[in-house]
Write a protein that binds this ligand. Structure first.
Ligand SMILES: NC(=O)c1ccc[n+]([C@@H]2O[C@H](COP(=O)([O-])OP(=O)(O)OC[C@H]3O[C@@H](n4cnc5c(N)ncnc54)[C@H](O)[C@@H]3O)[C@@H](O)[C@H]2O)c1
Length: 282
């Protein structure tokens, strides 16, 4: 889809990190950006950055784990900026550093609520609106390279599970929307220098409110030398224009996926060999 000046975009989690990077890059292309975040002050800061660079944006508070809040945020963005042509379901939180059996149920609710339902809610809100517009539109879901491989080093399976879901939702959405005017991409970065290690600052009140989650803090060291959010935003803009589905900002991580695929292939080799069981009589 060709990005044109005056189009409107909705970017969730745009008060920080990758969402802010996407918002800044879209605004630099003349797109008016709905900067949506559960932390309104941070969203306002992004708007100030966009405006200082000569762009147009509006800050809207919403918790993406709440469907009504996403609908209301979409209404607010559309009444301020016009019909949304680009929706980036990007808000997400970390849930690293604790083995699966020790993660509290309220933390499961939180990470699934934001990382999975956040994407589902964005799809439910924007697909009907975009199809009704009948002009080229695009949805970008932020997953992670963790949506393709469970990193063995960081007790990251709960987070990865949500990102596998984001990948599956995106692949299915693209299948369902093929032949329509709505394109789909899924963003799958490795380390990006953001505030993700401080995710607990943004836990919704209805799921317990902001807190300190030291188990995530080790990630701060891992990501500080990672990619810069604005560079990720530039890749997203390029992918929207090129109609690219998979956006992999870290090409070197292919080896992680290849190792996983090799293991799956070995499982099929055992299947092909019949698991050593006697062959059924012909
Ligand atoms: N940083 C990385 O290394 C990395 C790698 C792969 C994928 N990601 C993904 O990128 C996305 C953005 O994360 P980031 O790294 O920029 O982190 P970040 O913490 O800097 O930004 C996330 C933003 O989302 C907002 N947010 C959190 N919960 C919300 C909710 N319920 N409703 C609305 N907004 C909410 C936060 O307030 C914050 O502004 C996430 O989906 C994350 O999983 C990040």
């Amino acid at each position: 889809m060709q990005i044109q000046r005056g189009m409107a975009a909705f970017v969730s989690g745009a008060g920080s990190g990758i969402g802010r990077g996407m918002a800044l890059q879209l605004a630099a292309r003349g797109v008016a950006v709905g900067v949506v975040d559960i932390r309104l002050d941070d969203a306002r800061e992004t708007v100030a950055l966009i405006e200082a660079a000569g762009g147009r944006a509006v800050a809207v508070q919403a918790d993406v784990s709440d469907q009504a809040a996403v609908d209301a945020a979409a209404d607010a963005v559309e009444s301020a900026l016009g019909p949304v042509r680009i929706a980036c379901n990007n808000a997400g939180v970390a849930m690293h550093g604790v083995p699966l059996h020790e993660i509290a149920l309220k933390d499961w609710d939180w990470v699934i609520g934001v990382n999975v339902y956040g994407v589902i809610h964005g799809i439910r809100t924007f697909v009907p609106r975009m199809l009704a517009q009948g002009v080229p539109c695009h949805i970008v879901n932020t997953a992670s390279i963790g949506g393709f491989q469970v990193n063995p080093n960081f007790l990251t399976a709960a987070y990865s599970m949500t990102k596998f879901a984001a990948v599956a939702l995106s692949e299915g959405l693209q299948q369902e929307l093929s032949g329509t005017s709505v394109g789909v991409s899924v963003l799958a970065p490795a380390a990006v220098d953001t505030g993700i290690h401080l995710s607990a600052r943004a836990r919704p009140d209805r799921l317990g409110g902001a807190y300190v989650r030291p188990e995530n803090h080790f990630m701060g060291d891992l990501i500080k030398d990672g990619a810069k959010p604005e560079d990720i935003g530039a890749m997203v803009v390029a992918a929207i224009e090129a109609g690219e589905f998979y956006i992999f900002p870290h090409p070197e991580t292919w080896h992680w996926l290849a190792a996983r695929h090799d293991r799956i292939r070995a499982g099929f080799d055992r299947s092909i060999a019949g698991y050593g069981l006697p062959k059924a009589a012909e």
